[in-house]
Write a protein that binds this ligand. Structure first.
Ligand SMILES: [Zn+2]
Length: 200
């Protein structure tokens, strides 16, 4: 908390920049509330939930969000650090989180994993060897409109760096589309339908 106060003092306000306070407190409700209350006293542009998504089960993460997010100012952005898989993100948005950062779309791309509607694909698997379908027939990204699963599998097997690049492109597009879909749903008041329809 002393460090947060020093940051606030040192921060120079300028357009396009904001300073976020980071709520700590592990899985202890009282500590999370105390952390949030003291950060709010100091006053920040936004509030991040830290010390989560470090290996705990999803239901524990959601439980911490259930009692932490309501203690943050509603008019300020809420940021969940280091999350996550698509299902984690959907559940966190449902609990009032606005912003995320995560390596999963790019790291997964580099290791042969593609996120698609209904789950994920491991393009290393031999079953894709002759599969002419795109990663996701409903996806409008450059990879899905130009390349087959078989070709992507071939690139991986050949040790081609292009495999990781193409899978990363698709995964980023998937994540952007997911977030855009949730923004639209929030605007039209249909987020609970979106969450109910979301598959994996
Ligand atoms: Zn795609």
């Amino acid at each position: 908390m002393r460090w947060a106060a020093r940051c606030k003092e040192a921060f120079e306000a300028r357009p396009g920049y904001g300073l976020f306070g980071i709520v700590q407190g592990s899985m202890y409700r009282e500590l999370r509330h105390e952390s949030a209350a003291r950060l709010i006293e100091t006053g920040f542009d936004g509030y991040a939930v830290g010390g989560l998504a470090i290996g705990e089960p999803q239901d524990v993460m959601f439980e911490v969000l259930d009692y932490t997010v309501p203690s943050l100012p509603q008019e300020r952005p809420h940021y969940l650090m280091g999350v996550g898989k698509p299902g984690d993100i959907v559940g966190a948005v449902q609990r009032g989180i606005d912003m995320f950062d995560c390596v999963i779309p790019t790291r997964s791309g580099r290791t042969g994993q593609a996120f698609v509607r209904g789950g994920s694909l491991n393009l290393r698997n031999a079953k894709h060897t002759e599969d002419p379908r795109p990663l996701d027939a409903a996806c409008s990204c450059r990879v899905c409109t130009h390349y087959s699963r078989a070709y992507l599998h071939h690139l991986i097997k050949a040790g081609e760096m292009l495999a990781g690049m193409l899978l990363t492109l698709h995964n980023l597009h998937y994540y952007q589309t997911l977030m855009a879909g949730m923004r639209d749903a929030i605007e039209t008041g249909t987020l609970s339908n979106f969450v109910a329809r979301f598959d994996s």
